[in-house]
Ligand binder design. Structure first.
Ligand SMILES: Cc1cc2nc3c(=O)[nH]c(=O)nc-3n(C[C@H](O)[C@H](O)[C@H](O)COP(=O)(O)O)c2cc1C
Length: 202
């Protein structure tokens, strides 16, 4: 592919698509929700999940105070909620009431979870660090909620039942088409295995 090179990086966007999730947080009596696309699993053992949140957000302050957050994975039918909580400021409006978002109770943390999510993580902050204009919060996943019918027996999101909310950049959202799904076995693609104790060259 021919490529253009620029060192004037600015607001880089070439890494999209990403999944859009809703981050929930609560401190004292204030509950809030905001959209995030800058999030990632970080470790299986212990189970860690990271999300980058700007210090300008109310959500940032609530996470700093409570040291907890929720990650809510929504289907694409909920894209309007993703935009609503990604635009409104929790300092100005109670987003749950304004957008009629229904909550479900967490089991360990105090941040609410979203009833319409097909999966949610309850996370306790184990570390946070500021990088440029965002802060990366690393949370230990202390509880997972998931809809069993959203996943296959191989622990793969079942695209015949749930279409995840994916974000392409700008104001564009889409989902994955199960017809484009391919099963490529790792064994088939593995190179010749290394001998356990490689012999020294003679
Ligand atoms: C598609 C989309 C993705 C976003 N991703 C992030 C993100 O990863 N990190 C972040 O800090 N803000 C992100 N935002 C912005 C916040 O969701 C937005 O500023 C929100 O209004 C903050 O709400 P709060 O002030 O009530 O916490 C995103 C917004 C949209 C629409």
């Amino acid at each position: 592919m021919d490529k253009t090179v620029t060192h004037d990086v600015g607001r880089f966007f070439h890494h999209y698509p990403h999944q859009a999730v809703v981050v929930t947080a609560r401190s004292k009596d204030k509950e809030n929700a905001m959209t995030a696309v800058w999030h990632s699993p970080v470790s299986y053992s212990p189970p860690l999940y990271g999300v980058a949140v700007s210090p300008r957000r109310l959500t940032y302050r609530l996470i700093m105070e409570s040291r907890e957050f929720g990650i809510n994975f929504l289907p694409v039918e909920q894209a309007d909620v993703i935009v609503q909580v990604g635009v409104a400021k929790g300092d100005d409006v109670d987003k749950f009431t304004a957008f009629n978002i229904s909550r479900q109770s967490p089991t360990i943390i105090s941040a609410p979870l979203l009833s319409d999510a097909y999966a949610c993580y309850e996370c306790r902050v184990v570390d946070h660090r500021s990088y440029g204009d965002h802060t990366m919060f690393i949370g230990e996943v202390v509880a997972v909620h998931f809809s069993p019918k959203a996943f296959t027996s191989q622990e793969i999101l079942d695209l015949k039942h749930v279409l995840p909310a994916l974000y392409l950049g700008g104001d564009t959202y889409f989902s994955a088409d199960h017809n484009s799904q391919r099963l490529l076995g790792r064994q088939t693609y593995k190179g010749p295995s290394e001998p356990r104790h490689p012999r020294r060259p003679r």
